[in-house]
Write a protein that binds this ligand. Structure first.
Ligand SMILES: [Zn+2]
Ligand SMILES: [Zn+2]
Length: 395
């Protein structure tokens, strides 16, 4: 269900939707998934999706409020879904340390991902998760719980598939009779993780090639795998997280992120798009980069994941099917209280949920900031969205 959000009287800033409206028609043939994303994002919060006429109960202004697209690639539509998802994870967290590992690829494997993204991403997930589970079992004799998240971009919209893996520091002993914790500042040796990860991922691609599941010839595929076998696979480890609250903050930051936020787009004019990025080579300094509009969109659309592809997955103790039983056992062994009961009342409206989780009032009048918007009529969907005023360069 689409939901509405009040549009404030703000300055028209360049947004991804503006860039798509200006340049998407010049991007040569789009895949069905890409075309669906362009259609949703350009229609989001315009008359194309219909909405409601609303009036402020304080200043009396009438404001059209258009429906949102709720597409998971839309930078304007993530906050509520993200907050709901993060809230749902609270029940699965244990009072233990959590660790964050990032699994990256050598560039020579990218052709597999470009041709068969759905299969390649699934193999990447499995290889990263199985690596953590196997190395944890061999080093600690325990099975951890993992949440794995697929990201495909770097700060400059480059295509760089990688997996963020958030794992319990330690886990259930193999015989299920005790909780074995890792050392407080060290979970698993990254060198070992990277060697095991390389073996698992290359083997998975080889099996897929043999089974003819990939749209790349067997000879070309084997050539890429031979090149990858002599490359270093980088797995890096971020500082541990001290308990569930910090994990939830992390998850909130990583799970519903998309390739670029509107805040990072500085300008869209003269056929070019300028955006901010953090340059890691310069100590994380914020810099700007300008690309042609078509190139910008081409880069953005590379990060569209196949329809219904699940970008966040659970493994180990958190795997579907065994999760409830394993978590109950882990809690018992950790002498930890039962998980918090869901705080969301059963018949909460989306406005109430939004207020509670996002911390903003979605119905507050954007003009007087005192009154609340009350629906006074419907706005039907209009077949073609009005073109927005061309955005100006923001300060
Ligand atoms: Zn008002
Ligand atoms: Zn949207």
């Amino acid at each position: 269900m689409a939901h509405c959000e009040a549009q404030g009287p703000r300055e028209v800033r360049p947004e991804l939707a503006h860039v798509l409206r200006s340049h998407a028609q010049d991007c040569s043939p789009l895949s069905n998934d890409e075309a669906r994303v362009v259609k949703a994002l350009t229609a989001c919060r315009t008359a194309a999706l219909g909405g409601h006429k609303q009036r402020c109960d304080h200043c009396g202004r009438e404001i059209p409020v258009y429906n949102s697209c709720r597409n998971r690639h839309c930078p304007k539509c993530q906050s509520l879904d993200q907050a709901l998802w993060v809230e749902a994870q609270m029940h699965d967290l244990l009072p233990v340390l959590y660790f964050h590992e990032v699994f990256t690829l050598p560039p020579c494997l990218i052709p597999f991902f470009r041709r068969d993204p759905g299969i390649a991403y699934a193999l990447l997930f499995e290889a990263a998760a199985k690596t953590v589970i196997e190395v944890c079992r061999s080093c600690l004799g325990a099975t951890p719980g993992l949440i794995a998240i697929l990201h495909t971009w770097n700060q400059q919209l480059g295509y760089l598939p990688h997996i963020h893996c958030i794992s319990t520091g330690g886990g259930l002993s193999l015989d299920g009779t005790q909780w074995i914790a890792s050392r407080p500042r060290f979970f698993l040796p990254v060198r070992k993780l990277s060697v095991v990860f390389r073996g698992k991922l290359l083997e998975a691609f080889e099996v897929a090639l043999t089974q003819d599941r990939l749209r790349i010839s067997e000879a070309a595929g084997r050539f890429l795998l031979r090149r990858a076998a002599i490359q270093k696979f980088v797995v890096y480890s971020k500082p541990p997280m001290a308990g569930p609250e910090q994990v939830l903050r992390y998850l909130g930051r990583y799970t519903h992120r998309i390739a670029i936020s509107n805040e990072r787009i500085v300008a869209c004019d003269n056929g070019e798009v300028t955006f901010r990025f953090k340059n890691r080579r310069h100590g994380g300094r914020t810099e700007t980069r300008t690309l042609g509009g078509v190139e910008f969109i081409r880069r953005f659309l590379r990060h569209v994941v196949p329809r219904r592809f699940v970008r966040v997955r659970h493994f180990g103790l958190l795997a579907n099917g065994i999760k409830v039983h394993r978590l109950a056992l882990a809690r018992q062994l950790l002498d930890a209280p039962a998980p918090p009961t869901p705080s969301s009342p059963q018949h909460e409206s989306w406005e109430e949920t939004y207020r509670r989780l996002v911390g903003k009032d979605p119905l507050l009048c954007p003009h007087c900031h005192i009154g609340h918007l009350v629906v006074i009529g419907d706005i039907p969907r209009s077949p073609s969205p009005p073109r927005m005023a061309s955005p100006s360069r923001s300060p």
